[in-house]
Write a protein that binds this ligand. Structure first.
Ligand SMILES: *Cc1c(COP(=O)(O)O)cnc(C)c1O
Length: 395
């Protein structure tokens, strides 16, 4: 190894470890269901993004197996060479129909989708108004575009309006875009889309909503944009096929002309191999299930409300979440990590989230209840929270 690399790695790993920020990854010995097995021990899982339990659904497994039998395991090429199978187009039609947009384009992941879509439209002569709590993939997608990034205070509509006015009136930029998460995953709060759309209309901003945590959860499953009835007002609706949908992949839903442009210009579409047949078939089946019935969506909200009620009645601070995401705010970083560790020892898998992912002094354990959790599992989790909370003087 080069000496410079060796000392770089040594110094930086050491630094993370001394600051308590070095993350040890726990390998699962089971599917990622409502309970999981780690180190031979069964735990109630409150950490996955598998909101609807679809990652282990038999209907999706069957669709994936059938697709492997028919099409094999790999797509074999990028979409524009000969990696586009009929299945890919069917998935995109299914997404567009569920989202009530003219068209959709699928990518290999939600992260990839943000790398692809932003820079296909924005360049160094443009500006992007980006909420300060936007996801890392949005931040990287913005950087890749070379547009001027203007940070907007979290969900602060006065700040957005002032910065939109300044950017559009400055004459410095050809185009200005506003980008926001639909649902912010650390607190579970929902973007103020009606106000954002109003400001966008006033200043002719391009609108871009990344609904990774809203799809399958809000708008009867169709997402945050549908929840507010704004399908015709948002230019880019981004989603992932890897959270509520339970598989892997990302997509943009929008006007046909936009999707046509992304298909000829977005680099991860042009230069990275297409999603596998199994992924595509399983994701398509998941969206069909959501379109047929709100059963899983309703069950998710029941689980979320049940957990929130139980934890707040015990006296925990569960923040202001508007979705099933349930943070338990502890505050101090070291105490938050110790709390999560004790929960784990008692049988609940819920990860601590601390600075710099969230502001200093707002360390929290984040809980993601799902449609697959039974009341019995949630009761057990709440009882463990009570035990550890009292033991550590938090409640
Ligand atoms: C998780 C997430 C992504 C990344 O999606 P993947 O499909 O996991 O790559 C993108 N944007 C937001 C807002 C997310 O929460």
């Amino acid at each position: 190894m080069a000496k410079v690399l060796d000392s770089f790695l040594q110094d930086n790993l050491e630094d993370l470890k001394t600051r308590g920020l070095y993350n040890e990854i726990d390998p699962l010995e089971s599917p990622n269901g409502p309970t999981i097995k780690i180190g031979g021990k069964e735990l109630i899982n409150l950490s996955s993004n598998n909101y609807l339990g679809l990652a282990t659904d038999d209907r999706l497994k069957k669709a994936a197996i059938d697709a492997v039998n028919t099409y094999g395991v790999g797509a074999g090429a990028v979409r524009t060479i000969n990696g586009t199978m009929k299945l890919h187009l069917e998935l995109e039609e299914t997404i567009a129909s569920f989202k009530k947009t003219e068209a959709a384009i699928a990518y290999q992941s939600g992260f990839n989708c943000n790398m692809a879509a932003i820079s296909a439209v924005m360049n160094k002569n443009d500006a992007i108004l980006s909420d300060e709590l936007n996801h890392a993939s949005i931040i990287d997608g913005c950087r890749l575009s070379k547009a001027k990034i203007i940070r907007v205070k979290h969900s602060d509509m006065d700040d957005l309006r002032a910065k939109a006015k300044e950017a559009t009136e400055s004459g410095l930029y050809n185009k200005v875009m506003v980008i926001t998460d639909g649902v912010f995953s650390m607190d579970g709060d929902v973007a103020k889309l009606p106000e954002i759309v109003e400001i966008a209309e006033e200043f002719d901003l391009i609108t871009y909503v990344d609904d990774a945590h809203g799809s399958g959860v809000l708008g009867k499953g169709a997402g945050t944009v549908k929840h507010f009835g704004l399908q015709d007002k948002v230019d880019f609706q981004i989603g992932t096929l890897s959270k509520a949908i339970g598989v892997i992949g990302g997509y943009v839903a929008g006007k046909k002309q936009l999707i046509d442009w992304l298909k000829v210009s977005s680099r991860p579409f042009l230069f990275s191999t297409a999603l596998t047949p199994a992924d595509v078939a399983a994701a398509k089946r998941a969206i069909e299930i959501l379109a047929e019935s709100t059963e899983l969506h309703d069950k998710l909200w029941e689980s979320g409300n049940y957990l929130k009620k139980g934890l707040s009645e015990l006296g925990f601070d569960i923040g202001e979440s508007e979705t099933p995401i349930t943070p338990v705010i502890i505050g101090d970083e070291v105490k938050t990590q110790a709390f999560s560790k004790r929960l784990n020892e008692e049988g609940v898998y819920a990860k601590s989230i601390v600075f710099p992912t969230v502001p200093k002094g707002t360390g929290r354990v984040r809980n993601m209840p799902t449609a697959a959790h039974t009341e019995e599992m949630l009761d057990k989790a709440i009882a463990i929270y009570e035990k550890v909370g009292k033991e550590m003087g938090i409640i």
